[in-house]
Design a protein around this ligand. Structure first.
Ligand code: URP
Ligand code: ZN
Ligand code: ZN
Length: 459
């Protein structure tokens, strides 16, 4: 099967030009002006933007968490991602404390194998670093192509590791060419504040926010950056939300440290005032939404190159699940749905409103995640030899976000009624038309697990 995408405005992290793209099988074969090549199918992209497929490196699909499971499974989640222009996601495997990484991988494969519509890969969350886990790190990197290891500095008793384990893991991961991701908030401080608020009878969603003040994130981010500097291990801070934490990271740049920062679309566009609404539980996530001044810091951080990735931390729960915490904020499952909205929201709020350039948009939504996580140049760009993961995007089409039209398996939207400018029209995944005319054209099982390269090769 071959496809010729004609006359689109091709935008990568560095280029912006009008040309044709000839795709054969799964791969981009030729790019050029007015290509005189016959293809099985032609797509006219005149007047449209043509981006590399989006990469969301932070999603939680079908994940056991806080007594329930996130409501998008691998089928519904990767399909919704495709509708929104994201062709590959990186999901998190969670080691169970006391068990091996291998058994966690098998459990996650049981839920994901043959169930994905779009492509996917895994980070491995290490929640119990011991002599056995230490031996498994090399095997995950070299045998399984899982090169990034997630750590939690919060969620004590379930996911959190202490600094001793963190240092040990960093040394091992560095030795074998991997990278450490971190949820950087001070778990003990948060647990103290949660207990205090509960004892005082302060139980509404607002107290979720007030139990995780900015300092809890700034302190942990700084500690993580320092431990990574000491061990020499490359690091990646997930879902960074605020000024204090970003300032802590600036030190890493002074030391020329390999430290990368992800924020998520919600932290750029919505704020903590939502916790005062009666349905505030919809936005209970960790870290919580912050203030307007933090949004400004994050947009600036993107332009300064301090924030390299915009992800989602997609972790949806239906309203009934959120109701588990109707009388106590600490029982509300943490997370919110955004996998389908990220690319269009970032385009509207970022490019259309003049906050970031088109090249920066592609860099933070597509290219940097591929580079940082060992998939570049197979993924994350449009180039001869790359996978033909391509988004054809109408920059002028206006539409609205709504639960009535989205494809995520969740019965509300955190952005209901938001007006967007710019719409994903057609999505190609490895040379196959995946989305066209608001319809998904591929089935579950099409999505492939993508093994990744050691990160030292690309950063
Ligand atoms: O609230 C969140 N972020 N839920 C998912 C788990 C995590 O901390 O990333
Ligand atoms: Zn987290
Ligand atoms: Zn997460």
């Amino acid at each position: 099967m071959s496809i010729l995408v004609k006359n689109g405005r091709i935008v990568t992290a560095t280029d912006d030009y009008v040309a044709d793209i000839f795709i054969e099988g799964e791969i981009v074969k030729t790019i050029g002006k007015d290509l005189a090549i016959k293809a099985d199918k032609e797509i006219d992209a005149t007047g449209k933007l043509v981006f590399p497929g989006g990469i969301d490196p932070h999603v939680h699909l079908d994940m056991p968490f806080m007594g329930t499971y996130s409501s998008d499974n691998y089928e519904t989640g990767t399909r919704a991602a495709l509708f929104g222009g994201t062709t590959i996601v990186i999901d998190f495997i969670l080691q169970k404390q006391g068990n091996s990484l291998r058994s966690a991988l098998e459990e996650w494969r049981g839920r994901s194998d043959n169930n994905c519509v779009g492509d996917y890969s895994f980070h491995m969350a290490v929640t119990d670093f011991n002599e056995h886990t230490k031996k498994e790190v090399q095997e995950m990197i070299e045998k399984e192509g899982i090169v990034s290891f997630k750590t939690f500095m919060a969620y004590k008793g379930a996911l959190m590791i202490d600094d001793r384990q963190m240092i040990g893991l960093m040394e091992e991961v560095k030795k074998h060419g991997g990278l450490i991701n971190v949820h950087a908030t001070n778990g003990d401080m948060i647990d103290y504040l949660v207990a205090k608020h509960r004892a005082e009878g302060k139980l509404s969603p607002l107290y979720h926010y007030l139990s995780q003040p900015e300092i809890t994130e700034a302190e942990a981010s700084e500690r993580f950056v320092d431990m990574a500097s000491y061990t020499g291990c490359p690091g990646y801070i997930v879902h960074l939300t605020c000024e204090g934490a970003l300032n802590a990271v600036r030190n890493a740049t002074r030391r020329n440290q390999k430290m990368f920062v992800e924020t998520c679309i919600q932290y750029l566009v919505i704020d903590a005032s939502l916790y005062e609404q009666p349905d505030g539980a919809k936005w209970v996530m960790s870290p919580p939404l912050r203030q307007k001044k933090d949004q400004e810091t994050l947009w600036a951080g993107i332009n300064q190159g301090l924030v390299q990735v915009v992800a989602t931390d997609h972790c949806p729960f239906k309203w009934e699940q959120k109701q588990m915490g109707k009388d106590d904020f600490s029982k509300i499952p943490n997370g919110h749905p955004a996998i389908e909205n990220r690319m269009e929201l970032l385009y509207t709020e970022g490019v259309h409103k003049g906050r970031i350039t088109l090249n920066k948009y592609v860099e933070v939504a597509c290219t940097n995640p591929a580079k940082i996580f060992g998939m570049f140049p197979r993924k994350g760009t449009i180039a001869v030899g790359s996978d033909a993961d391509i988004v054809i995007f109408d920059p002028n089409e206006k539409h609205k976000i709504s639960v009535t039209t989205h494809h995520m398996n969740v019965d509300y939207s955190g952005y209901e009624g938001w007006e967007l400018t710019g719409k994903v029209k057609t999505v190609l995944l490895r040379g196959e038309v995946a989305i066209d005319n608001n319809e998904c054209r591929i089935e579950k099982g099409f999505g492939k697990f993508i093994r990744r390269n050691k990160v030292t090769q690309v950063i």
